[in-house]
Every structure is written in C-alpha cells, then in structure tokens.
Design a protein around this ligand. Structure first.
Ligand code: C5P
Length: 235
C-alpha cells in the first residue's frame, strides 16, 4: 500500500506508471471531525466515478482512469495530485451559503470556479489565484487550464445529470500531473464530491444527508447510482 486516505486506499502495481485504488465505505465530514460508514458507498463511488470518467474521456476530457478491476477496485494512471481542490458551483449551497450569507438554492448567474488549498492541517482553505501563484502551488497557465477544464467538466456533467433528473448543484474535482507533465482529471466524481438534488423535488441525494444527519444516506447513494447507470447505459 502506498497511501491510505479517508475514503480510498492506493496500492502499487507491477507497472510503475499505474496504481490500484480501493474504495472504502468510510465517510468523513468537516475535515474528519465527523466519522461514519455508508454501507455500499465504496462500490457505488468506484463504479460511478469510472462511468463518468469514461463519459468525460469520450467527450475530450483526459482522466486518470484505466480499467475497473472489481466493484471496489480500479487501475488508474499514477499522478502527482496538484495541491488544489477545484470547486465548481451552479447553485448556492454549503460553504458559499454560509460564508457569504446567500440563501441555499439561489441559482448563480453563471458557473463559479473556486480553488482551495489541499491541506488537511489547515482545513483546506479557500485560495485566491494570487495566493496560489505566490505560494508556488501552480503557475498562471496551470490555473487558466484548471479553470477551463473544470468549466468543461461542469458543462458535460450537468447535461448528463440533468438527463437523469438530477441537478448538479456543485462539485469538487482534483487534477494530477503525469510523469510527462500532462495534467489529467484524477480522484473521483461521486455523491461524496458532488451535491446532487432531485430536479423535481429538490431532495438532497448526496453526502449532505450524512453531513446534516438527514437519514436515508445509503438510499440516496443507491438512487443516484441507479439513475446514472441507467442514463449512461442508454447512450
Ligand atoms: O463545502 P463546500 O460548499 O465548499 O463544498 C463544495 C463542493 O465540494 C461540495 O459538492 C462538496 O461535496 C465538495 N467537497 C469535497 N471535498 C472537500 C470539500 C468540498 O468533495 N474537501
């Protein structure tokens, strides 16, 4: 094992350019202060991420995905994860609502991209472009590329989720650098990392059910997976 994170374990393979990821059922929130298990989450997040990464690849977004091994295991290209979390918001929720005093559910006039410094000790603080540049976390060209790619991922995912009756409120993605310097989309796209609301009822179908003790957490993950799988397999 190379690394154990909050929701995944990463293992070396015989090929130094590839690693094996194992998705756990462990759930954390508020920077690890709240802990629990969401039964079946690992299998859902793995399969859902892989399906979405394949969909994004087919639409011109390069990702780390290589091959799904089992319900919970996937081979991905080895990358150095950039120390930036990229958040895209379409509708106000979460930290944006709290910090700026805007009501949850307010539709933003255009998608908003935010960068956060990936640092558990500091609680992943919001980062301005200038701060990222001065700290040497990314170059100006990197930031422009990440912003453009994040907006493209948002456009593609929104369309896909909408076809499944889901509203993509916001999400977090991470990028990694391959040995040849190329930046690719990495980590995962799942109900852990996206806010997804039922389009008709606005019911929350994501990790907010765990964060806010709303109950029905497992059912929400299963419902999202059922819809995404159906939607993508129909293509
Ligand atoms: O908490 P906040 O409103 O900033 O989260 C924005 C989006 O990023 C949400 O979809 C949340 O699930 C995701 N996120 C994440 N990992 C973090 C922080 C936020 O997946 N460490």
């Amino acid at each position: 094992m190379l690394y154990e994170g909050k929701a995944k374990k990463v293992f070396a393979t015989e090929d130094p350019a590839l690693v094996r990821v194992y998705y756990k059922d462990d759930a954390t929130a508020f920077n690890g202060q709240k802990r629990g298990q969401i039964e079946g989450k690992g299998a859902i997040n793995n399969q859902m991420s892989n399906l979405l990464f394949q969909y994004l690849t087919e639409h011109g977004v390069s990702t780390h995905f290589v091959e799904q091994l089992s319900e919970r295991e996937t081979i991905v290209r080895k990358v150095d994860i950039l120390p930036l979390e990229v958040v895209v918001r379409n509708v106000v929720a979460g930290s944006f609502a709290k910090r700026l005093g805007v009501a949850e559910g307010t539709v933003l006039p255009r998608p908003l991209v935010e960068f956060y410094y990936k640092n558990d000790e500091l609680g992943d603080p919001l980062l301005t472009d200038d701060q990222a540049l001065v700290l040497g976390l990314a170059s100006e060209a990197d930031l422009a590329e990440l912003r453009a790619r994040a907006l493209e991922v948002n456009r593609l995912l929104r369309e896909r989720f909408a076809a499944c009756g889901l509203e993509l409120v916001d999400f977090k993605i991470e990028f990694g650098r391959l040995a040849n310097g190329e930046i690719v989309l990495a980590d995962e796209i799942s109900p852990d990392t996206c806010r997804l609301w039922d389009k008709a009822t606005h019911q929350k179908l994501d990790k907010d059910r765990f964060r806010q003790d709303l109950g029905g957490v497992e059912d929400a993950y299963q419902e999202v997976w059922r819809r995404i799988k159906g939607g993508l397999l129909r293509e």
